[in-house]
Design a protein around this ligand. Structure first.
Ligand code: GSH
Length: 223
């Protein structure tokens, strides 16, 4: 008989895994969290996600689903009641997916090099990342959240920025999301992190800071 219940295979410092936890918490779904050592993946993870072998994986009544954004959409459809994640209107839904794709493809790619650069090279990378986030910020115009009056799909997809980016800024000495350059995004960081379901799943900041510091030192020394 298939295993019942909801399990999340994750890694505590992953900005992708937290999307799944946020969606489940917003829906009020109870789940078991399994933290993976990505250097030594469990047999369960490899069995549930033999294709990419990555986290997050959601296992619902024994059935596995991979890819964080796909999992978030699945959660919204599987638990229709409670907090709506996807916009009800098809056009709004398409817009949310468009911006999520833009953030994943363009902004994440623009942000990553901040972590691995220093000096003038880093300043140029920061300017490019700010241009990208400025474009994304347009989706916040006149709204409390990307989802409107409440947290929605796009908030969940880009929400990691609110907790992880200040850590990356501190570790790398760069300033990206400032009141001067990205005022709407900066204000949204505060509003998003104040939501109970969001706050409850955040990894400890000091632990995240230490892990990112060690990672940057390792990347810089092997460059
Ligand atoms: N596009 C995937 C990315 C997932 C991903 O990159 N997961 C990382 C942790 S943040 C991972 O499992 N890395 C281990 C590996 O690549 O083997 C998603 O959104 O779920």
């Amino acid at each position: 008989m298939a295993e019942k219940g909801v399990k999340v295979f994750g890694m505590w410092a992953s900005p992708m895994v937290i999307r799944v936890e946020w969606a489940l918490r917003l829906k009020g779904v109870e789940y078991e969290y399994v933290d993976e050592d990505l250097a030594n993946k469990s047999a369960d993870l490899l069995r549930y996600n033999p294709v990419t072998k990555k986290v997050p994986v959601l296992v619902h009544d024994g059935k596995p689903i991979a890819e964080s954004t796909i999992i978030v959409e699945y959660i919204d459809e599987a638990w229709k009641g409670g907090h709506p994640v996807m916009p009800a209107d098809p056009y709004e839904r398409a817009q949310a997916r468009f911006w999520a794709r833009y953030a994943e493809d363009k902004c994440n790619a623009a942000l990553y090099p901040i972590f691995t650069t220093t000096g003038e090279a880093q300043r140029e990378v920061v300017r490019e990342a700010q241009r990208c986030l400025k474009t994304l910020e347009a989706a916040l115009e006149g709204r409390r959240f990307f989802g409107g009056d409440a947290v929605g799909y796009l908030d969940i997809v880009v929400g990691w920025l609110a907790h992880w980016l200040p850590v990356i800024e501190e570790v790398s000495g760069a300033s990206v999301v400032t009141d001067e350059e990205l005022p709407l995004m900066k204000a949204w960081f505060g509003r998003f992190l104040a939501v109970d379901a969001v706050r409850a799943a955040l990894p400890d900041r000091d632990r995240l800071l230490a892990a990112n510091k060690a990672r940057r030192e390792q990347l810089l020394s092997s460059a």
